[in-house]
Design a protein around this ligand. Sequence first.
Ligand code: KG4
Ligand code: ZN
Length: 353
Amino acid sequence: MHVLGIETSCDETSAAVLSGSGEDASLASLVILSQDVHAVFGGVVPEIASRAHLTAIVPVVERALADARLNQSALEAVAVTNGPGLVGALLVGVSFAKAFAFTLGVPVIGVHHMEGHLFATALEERDAVPPFTALLVSGGHTLLLDVAAWGEYRLLGRTRDDAAGEAFDKVAKLLGLPYPGGPAIEREASADVAENRANAYRFARPMLRRDQRPGDADYYDVSFSGLKTAVLNAVRAVDASGPIDPTARAAIARAFQDALIETLVEKTARAVRQFGRSRVVLGGGVAGNRTLVEAMRARVAPLGAAVFAPSSRLATDNAAMIARAGLFHLERGERSGLDLNAFASIPIPGLAD
Ligand code: KG4
Ligand code: ZN
């Protein structure tokens, strides 16, 4: 089976072709066009994103088909992200996918963006399959899940305010670093100056206390807005006027990243222990953070769990993961109608509290 995947939920226009079935499906092509224009504004401007998707979608799909050496007539289904995300951006992908599937006479399937992130690592690592504990950390979401099987998700915890990626982006702004903030902060935090001043700052670990017990509302949840305020206060204390001193900037970036990572790692370790899982799967843009992945490995290895994280190409938004999640639903006989719509917010299918 050849499935075309389409992803336009935010600021990447992406198309991919996936060939094969189930766990044996392999990626025939993946094209990701990042809309660099948003860097000028320090964040994604929705209308600009929609218009950029509209310009890019046809050439991106043509490129994906050419790279896969496939004629469009060989496609057997189209999978498209239909939420959550920016509605105007999603509508471009959904409208294109429906029209293309209709023309080809093949089914279309709507895919939940976060379920896509859950499948990303399985495209590269054969063992990144359920049952596992999952930590999804992106620009819009922070979800801790227990995954008993594909399509059987239990929500353990989520952020009460900012998503992990959003915290990286906002803190980067406070430190005068470019957008997207995650990679910039990771670079700052691993610089030699940050290493030398690793203990110059220490921020409280948000929502992480030893006396929390399973069943407590905050046992698995996280919250990053207080951490952001702590960074703001630290920046103001250094210099209220001009650009921040580079040494202090690196040390603050390091302390912020340490606090955020330790919180995510500890909450994930709690889930591994409670559910007795031997695998942890990471997904979402923040899973491209090597410091997070290494800290997670070190923390859960003594619990007997292996950690699987996507390569940076599959960690951030891409259509390969959408094609893979779509294939799972198609193989279960699911189809969307040509009335498929786009939603800013939508529950993950198969998710139980
Ligand atoms: O999954 P994604 O590409 O898009 C959403 O679905 O939101 O995630 C984007 C987020 C951004 O907030 C970006 O700053 C963050 O992922 N990110 C990182 C890293 N690379 C991307 N955060 C921390 N460390 C990184 N290396
Ligand atoms: Zn995403």
